[in-house]
Design a protein around this ligand. Sequence first.
Ligand code: SAH
Length: 361
Amino acid sequence: MLGVMAEKLEALLKKQIQTTGPMNVGAFMAQALGHPEHGYYMGRDPFGVAGDFTTAPEISQMFGEMIGAWIADIWAQMGAPKKFILLECGPGRGTLMADALRATKNVRGFHAALKLHFLETSPAMKAAQEKAVQSYNPAWHEGLDTVPDDLPLIVIGNEFLDALPVRQLQKTKNGWAERMVGLNDSGDFCFSLVPYIGAAPDAPGAAAEGHIFEFSPAQVSFVTEICRRIKRQGGAALFIDYGENESKYGESLQAIADHKVVSIFDHVGEADISANVDFGAMAQAASKEGAAVFGPVAQGDFLNNLGIEQRAEVLMKAAKTQAQKEDIEKALHRLCDSGEMGAMFKAIGFAHGKALNPAGF
Ligand code: SAH
């Protein structure tokens, strides 16, 4: 059943298609997620058991603690600057940052040096973040252009890149075509194809008719801008997301509502839409800007390299009940096991200057 929000957004998008013609999948995704009034992220908290999906920081405090150690380490490698910008992209409930900050409070000079900045477009998420890290007085931005450019910069983002729009090409007998969202005779959303005149996809192997190629100019330009920033300002960036090491053919775009996969045409604005991140394309974009690229490595390896097992042991020793111990063990398994999030999720790092060598890779 569609909620009122979904009906409104569906009607708006249909009207737009009727007026200006079919839109590419990326434009559809951008509106479904980010429409200022009715977009998926705008009015809700999508995380947790009651929400549509759960993320690593919501599974266990250990995730944010490991990222905190990563940040403090790279800050020390940067020469422990007296002032720097810590920017989190898409902080969700603010849980990761709260755990990272708690874990680093004894790192001498670190908290005094950091100025916290959040990149976030959703009012609902901003409200949650404000509660989570109140005493750190963060500054919020809706785009990178307002983030100050006069200080060293450390950037993190968990499951942020996958929220940026993805476009889809399909191989036809006449070459590549782009998948568009149009309306059929009954006025329902449907896919259509238009000839694609851009550069051919950069994936290994020849594509057969029917093959799909997903690409995200939005992700590429975001990573490009981050790498320009860390070049100009000095610093490093860390992104964790699910996806493939290299560009490849295949379709991964999907919508999730209430922990179930649904069509991207159903529950518009009430379902999360995302696709695998192409880490190969991200690495290429960063290299082009002269950044050193680290990884991608599997999340399980990344967290193990940062010492998550030792941290789990400490927490288990301190646990008061058997149930608490088991929860810690379960969370560790979920984050790191290759059958769970450990292999599908990956970490990639970018750095600039002074031979920085980010931990975990
Ligand atoms: N990092 C969090 C949340 C991941 S969900 C976690 O791991 O739990 C994606 C987050 O990015 C949400 O906070 C969402 O509101 C935000 N977001 C989505 N699109 C965005 C955009 N274009 N600009 C800034 N933030 C965005």
